[in-house]
Design a protein around this ligand. Structure first.
Ligand code: IFM
Length: 446
């Protein structure tokens, strides 16, 4: 079999997000959330990977593998710790990060919002607050004015569907932890408007930059009965945002697995009816979310499910299988690297001709050989999609470092580079060398 060849200008990278790696993000909503007595987080983020101080070494490690792109986020809560007060030292810090990335010969891709909000905005309702989109735009203008000249790729909002579903419908243990459909829809509106304003601001200040949102997308599968619920969830978690992004310069796709929705056939038409009637929708959706969360914890091994409050779990069991015999990751997800090609194909069908970048794809595993397999199989499936005409421009792996996995704490290990929590020592894993070799040669050996 000949090698699979990728274009010479392909973006090959690894990603991080500020709160997950920097440490001491004390002015953010997550910092407060992790410390509440009823927090779902098994542990606080604390010093994380100390990346705020160690960024230059980490960027050098990334460059040393052979990758050519670093995707990272700038932290709103650091830059604007109190409303209207901008911290010049924090802005200067990110200027230095961008310079360091460039000095290493890497392409910087900057995410403007990756899950965290300044606590002052969260206290007013977060993305539901009427002023949130305008406040986001004001912050984005400060950032782009400071670093825009050296950055050609901007991601406005990371996984807006996850922010809304995970926090405002309370599905993933994210703040603010509200559990109602009105809050969820209010957050969706705020995130869509925030994205639009940020995109316009980037374009005005830096017309040659490429700007887009990064979307959490699943490879969905449903039986006949499950189809209405599946379509509803896909519309609310993915399509409302994808539709708001028809004018973006690129579509960022982030996929980790396949999700199956199955219900007895007779329930299908009833579910379709209920989801179209607002009062019934308000009752049905939280119920479905609870049911799915329970189902996940029944089928996954200890620690691989959505954790109950304060249930630290075991961090996943190697070789664990799901209810239908499928291989599971530490997160309790089906091990399905090729799911990313299904979602990239769907994004291409929804936005014909628009450039697509896989801005995240990765696996939580304690066995790096699985990560190697995940990368190889994912890239092979993506190559086939490109051969069919999908305009894919890059592949960015999640994550550069083992880091703070939100309401799952530090036990989920997604890193190309291992981080020793006690000493902060870094160890570059074989998967990083593999991805770097593919990046350098532009070839995936079969
Ligand atoms: O760690 C997260 C990241 O913050 C957003 N996308 C999914 C990753 C893995 O769960």
């Amino acid at each position: 079999m000949p090698p699979l060849v990728f274009p010479p200008d392909f973006l090959w990278g690894a990603a991080t997000a500020a709160h997950q790696v920097e440490g001491d993000n004390v002015h953010s909503d997550w910092w407060a959330w992790e410390r509440r007595p009823d927090t779902p987080c098994p542990e606080p983020s604390g010093i994380a990977c100390d990346h705020y101080r160690r960024f230059a070494d980490d960027i050098a490690l990334l460059a040393g593998t052979g990758l050519n792109t670093y995707r990272f986020s700038v932290e709103w809560a650091r830059i604007e710790p109190a409303e209207g007060t901008f911290d010049e030292a924090a802005i200067d810090h990110y200027r230095r990060v961008v310079e360091t990335v460039r000095a290493q010969g890497l392409e910087p891709m900057v995410t403007l919002h990756h899950f965290t909000l300044p606590a002052w905005l969260a206290d007013r309702g977060g993305w539901r607050a009427p002023e949130a989109p305008a406040r986001f735009e004001r912050y984005v203008r400060r950032v782009v004015a400071a670093i825009g000249g050296a950055v050609e790729w901007f991601c406005t909002v990371n996984e807006p569907g996850v922010v809304a579903f995970g926090g405002y419908l309370g599905a993933l243990g994210f703040p603010p932890g509200t559990r109602d459909v009105a809050a969820w829809k209010g957050a969706i509106r705020g995130l869509v408007e925030g994205h639009r304003r940020a995109r316009a601001a980037v374009r005005e200040l830096h017309p040659t930059a490429r700007v887009g949102a990064t979307h959490s997308m699943q490879e969905w599968e449903a039986d006949q009965g499950g189809r209405p619920v599946m379509e509803y969830l896909r519309r609310m978690n993915e399509d409302v945002f994808l539709e708001a992004c028809t004018d973006d310069d690129f579509i960022g796709v982030q996929t980790y697995t396949r999700v199956r929705v199955g219900l007895p056939t007779l329930v299908g038409p009833l579910a379709r009816l209920a989801l179209a009637v607002p009062p019934l929708e308000s009752a049905l959706v939280p119920l479905t979310v609870r049911r799915e969360t329970r189902r996940a914890s029944e089928q996954a091994p200890a620690g691989a499910s959505e954790p109950a409050p304060r249930d630290r779990g075991s961090g996943g069991v190697a070789g664990a299988l799901g209810r239908d015999g499928e291989r599971l990751t530490q997160m309790g997800y089906e091990f399905r690297p090729q799911a990313v090609a299904a979602t990239v194909r769907r994004a291409a069908a929804l936005h014909p001709g628009r450039p697509i970048v896989v801005t995240e794809h990765g696996v939580a595993t304690g066995d790096d050989a699985e990560r190697v397999e995940f990368i190889q199989q994912g890239l092979a499936a993506l190559h086939a999609a490109m051969a069919d005409g999908v305009p894919l421009r890059g592949y960015i792996h999640w994550s550069l470092l083992d880091n703070f996995e939100w309401a799952r704490g530090y036990e989920m290990t997604f890193g190309l580079v291992a981080v020793d929590r006690a000493t902060q020592a870094r160890t570059v894993r074989p998967s990083a060398h593999l991805l770097g070799r593919i990046a350098r040669s532009g070839r995936l050996e079969p």
